[in-house]
Design a protein around this ligand. Sequence first.
Ligand code: NDP
Length: 274
Amino acid sequence: MAAENKKACVIGWPVAHSLSPRLHNYWLSLYRINGSYDAREIRPEALNQALSQLEAEGYSGCNLTLPHKELVMGLLDEADATARQIGAANTLIFKNKKRIGLNTDAYGFAQSLREQTGAIKASKAVVLGAGGAARAVCAALKQEGVQQIIICNRSSEKAQALAAHFGAGFLATPWEQRETALSGCDLLVNATSLGMQQKEPLALDLAGLPLSAVVCDIVYRPLNTPLLLAARKRGNRVADGLGMLIWQAVPAFEAWFGVRPEVNPTVREYLLAA
Ligand code: NDP
């Protein structure tokens, strides 16, 4: 008898930009797994119905991308501690008639940083942005024991709310003071959408940033953002955003398809060729 055909997908609105189908189908083919991974464009108001449909069709689970990650929290039976801490889930597992939500973005960020720049030893980090991705970055930095985390966001009330949410060690600083905040910083993370294709570049003079600092940009289109190019040029170690995208998919793939996929240069190149 042929092995069971396991199915998963990504749900978004829009979803065409997502690299997840390419990534999961690459691993399915590499590990010769009888399975599939597709993309579904679902409006926010139709999310609950879409999840029920996937359950009825025998899906093992799904990924969620904008704008569903926070919305889905009210539609779950269970959520892991990281999803509860962040208030968003990017991975769902359907098991025993239950919807279980995980957040693997924080894990993906930390693993990618480790893979590209070594152990995370920062004591002062500056996070630019206070959206969904910044929440995952903050959760990861807290889990990694970074003592001081400065959040800097254009809308300062969102930075303040995020700092208050994560508590001890987190501080909000005005967007206009982002360059001053770089003094003594050993990890800088861009978690805004600035620097992305078709978006404004991130205006940031790195002169005040120690040369020993690691600079991470979670934007991955383009891979070499102007921030990373500037940081590399002056001698800082850098981590790009593609690693986070790949690593966040590892626990999801394992949960749905039963194999823990390997992250290596070949999978990065395969995604970059897209
Ligand atoms: P959100 O829309 O939730 O947040 C966007 C952030 O960018 C906010 O902090 C926003 O500030 C800021 N921003 C947008 N425009 C400007 C501007 N003109 N000037 C200053 N700040 C600005 O998006 P996400 O948090 O989900 O995603 C952010 C980026 O991270 C995206 O580029 C996304 O592709 C990337 N990402 C990468 C992942 C990966 O795996 N590598 C995973 C998830 C996201 P304000 O609050 O003031 O609007």
